[in-house]
Design a protein around this ligand. Structure first.
Ligand SMILES: Cc1ncc(COP(=O)(O)O)c(C=O)c1O
Length: 369
């Protein structure tokens, strides 16, 4: 075996010293307050049952990129159904939310354009922005005044301005002020990009996401729906205009230079959308979110949230890790989020609520915390 680079050994040592060393597990505590399977589509077997109802023989493997040999009428049928569901002119599927965000943000904003993004953006959006030749500034989290200030300062210096937000923030669980932001984008003619990863399946009568729940979908330039969370499967779609879809097919490198997703992934996505239209799990999840919030008091240091993600602030990497471990020893599965993933002093226990969590489990969690 060749020797391992010293610099990398040093980095690994450093991450261990700072309690940031990551490793893979195969066994998890029983009471799930951590997975993204908000509706239990995956863990409770709902999607499995729905997939069995789809009468289609499955070809394993897709044989190539969609631009070469990997496309099919099944792909196009599914994209057209997703577009209808999300009230969009069209959609384009990607192999994951990460791919969709990187592919969109690296290819769309050009040199001479400006990207304004919320400071608490997900890594996939940040990585896409890093690959772009556009100028990038962050605005303070959910601070529309700061966003307006930046727009006023820079609007004459750039050709196009893209505003990038998450409808539900993955690390805080709070929602973007989408009504104000979308109005502002309309007024200043900015292009609004909304990542709905944690809103699909959670907001809207049929889990359409927060944009449709607030009826602002027509103000969006692009919306990203990911399927690895409430939808219980894998992949993602960008909902956008026909024109943007054509552009992405031609210029989005994470779409072009990768093997298309196989049919079994498409079947799972189709089944997950079917389930959304008939499931009780969205209502159950929202009851659990309301129940969880009813147990909190002003002194409990939780970030206010109406989504499935809730965070209790516990300052210090060591302290937050200890809480995770203690809860784990009583079979409660939560994740500690440490700095520098989030700002020093804002370390937290991140909780994901699910439709299948019982009231007893939720009470136990709050009491234990
Ligand atoms: C806000 C947000 N966007 C995108 C992604 C990436 O989605 P995927 O897991 O499908 O790659 C995630 C995943 O954690 C996310 O939280």
């Amino acid at each position: 075996m060749t020797s391992f680079p010293k610099k990398l050994t040093h980095k690994l040592l450093q991450s261990k010293e700072k309690l940031l060393f990551r490793s893979l597990k195969t066994i998890y505590p029983l009471i799930d307050f951590s997975s993204n399977d908000y509706l239990g589509f995956s863990s409770q077997g709902f999607l499995d049952e729905e997939i069995k109802l789809i009468d289609k023989s499955i070809r394993v493997g897709s044989t190539g990129s969609r631009l070469i040999s990997g496309n099919s009428s099944f792909f196009e049928e599914i994209e057209s159904n997703i577009a209808k569901f999300h009230n969009s002119q069209s959609t384009l599927l990607f192999n994951s939310g990460y791919d969709a965000n990187v592919g969109l943000l690296s290819s769309v904003p050009q040199k001479g354009d400006l990207i304004l993004s919320d400071e608490l953006m997900h890594a996939s959006l940040i990585d896409g922005i890093r690959l772009s030749f556009a100028t990038h500034y962050k605005f303070k989290h959910n601070n529309v005044d700061h966003l307006i200030e930046l727009v006023n300062r820079f609007k004459d210096d750039f050709d196009e301005i893209y505003v990038v937000v998450e409808s539900v923030y993955s690390m805080d669980g709070d929602c973007a002020p989408l009504i104000e932001i979308s109005k502002m984008c309309k007024e200043f003619n900015l292009h609004l990009i909304v990542d709905e990863a944690h809103a699909i399946g959670v907001f809207g009568n049929q889990g359409e996401g927060l944009c449709q729940h607030l009826n602002i979908q027509d103000y969006c330039f692009a919306r990203i729906y990911t399927y690895g969370k409430a939808m219980g499967c894998h992949g993602a779609a960008i909902a956008c205009s026909e024109e943007l879809k054509h552009y992405l097919i031609n210029y989005s490198r994470s779409f072009i230079y990768t093997t298309a997703m196989p049919e079994h992934s498409l079947i799972a996505i189709k089944a997950a959308y079917k389930l959304l239209t008939k499931t009780d799990e969205i209502t159950k999840l929202n009851h659990n979110i309301a129940f969880f919030n009813s147990l909190l008091n002003h002194t409990s240091h939780f970030i206010e949230s109406k989504s499935a993600i809730h965070c209790k602030l516990i300052s210090g990497n060591k302290q937050v890790q200890e809480v995770e471990e203690k809860l784990s020893s009583t079979d409660i599965f939560v994740k500690s989020i440490k700095s520098p993933t989030i700002k020093v002093g804002f370390e937290r226990i991140r909780i994901s609520l699910h439709s299948f969590n019982t009231k007893e489990q939720i009470s136990l969690l709050i009491n234990s915390l």
